[in-house]
Design a protein around this ligand. Structure first.
Ligand code: AMP
Length: 212
């Protein structure tokens, strides 16, 4: 089964993807995580990606698609995967469709998590990530038991550079899922829209229900 999670920055894609991956055993593929890993390791790809990420821009399609195709070519993603943060536009969606078709697969579900703008801004400001294991937290909605410390592994929590106020506004403006992308999956008959302004557990339950 191949699943894409769609939604604006701050809709909860990353948090929900982590939960669904545990519940379904689907491999979680996040292009944002892949770029952050490259930035951390100071690879050439990371240096290039950082110039876009710091401005709240999308990394160019050719770079992102190449990285994603390389990832889904690995053995662990052959039987299925859940994509989080990819595709961001129709060009990326078509590249993914073609790659999956070449190995006899297709996107079975596109889950769109919807949240209003004012709520997104409040959420992005309060997000914290474990430097060690990548687990996501939110000051208000999903705080760690001890401030600044990961419940799961004891790692240090940090805020993403692109969660700072000026970049957040740019990301919201530039990174909402385009209508054409949503229509791409609606036309394919695989789109489910989910209200993301409920508790984490309620949203997870709806997502799992949509996956059957
Ligand atoms: P995310 O963790 O999904 O919010 O992604 C963090 C940043 O990585 C984004 O602001 C983009 O700069 C970049 N990025 C992640 N996924 C993509 C993608 N599919 N296409 C282009 N840029 C991406």
């Amino acid at each position: 089964m191949f699943v894409v999670l769609l939604g604006p920055p701050g809709a909860g894609k990353g948090t929900q993807a982590q939960r669904i991956a545990v519940a379904t055993k689907l491999v979680h593929i996040s292009t944002g995580d892949m770029f952050r890993e490259n930035v951390k390791n100071e690879t050439e790809l990371g240096k290039l990606a950082k110039t876009y990420m710091d401005r709240g821009d999308l990394v160019p399609d050719e770079v992102t698609i190449k990285m994603l195709l390389e990832r889904i070519g690995r053995d662990d993603a052959r039987a299925g995967a859940m994509f989080d943060g990819f595709p961001r536009n129709v060009v990326q969606a078509q590249a993914l469709d073609e790659a999956l078709a070449a190995q006899g697969g297709r996107i079975d579900h596109a889950l769109l998590i919807s949240v209003r703008d004012d709520e997104l801004i409040a959420r992005l400001g309060g997000r914290w990530i474990c430097r060690n294991c990548g687990k996501l937290y939110h000051e208000r909605n999903d705080p760690p038991k001890a401030e600044g410390v990961c419940d799961a592994c004891g790692g240090e929590l940090y805020q993403r550079d692109d969660d700072k106020a000026d970049v957040v506004a740019a990301r919201l403006e530039k990174q909402k899922p385009p209508v054409a992308l949503i229509d791409h999956y609606r036309t394919a008959g695989v789109l489910t829209e989910i209200d993301g302004e409920r508790s984490l557990d309620a949203v997870t339950a709806s997502l799992l229900e949509a996956l059957g």
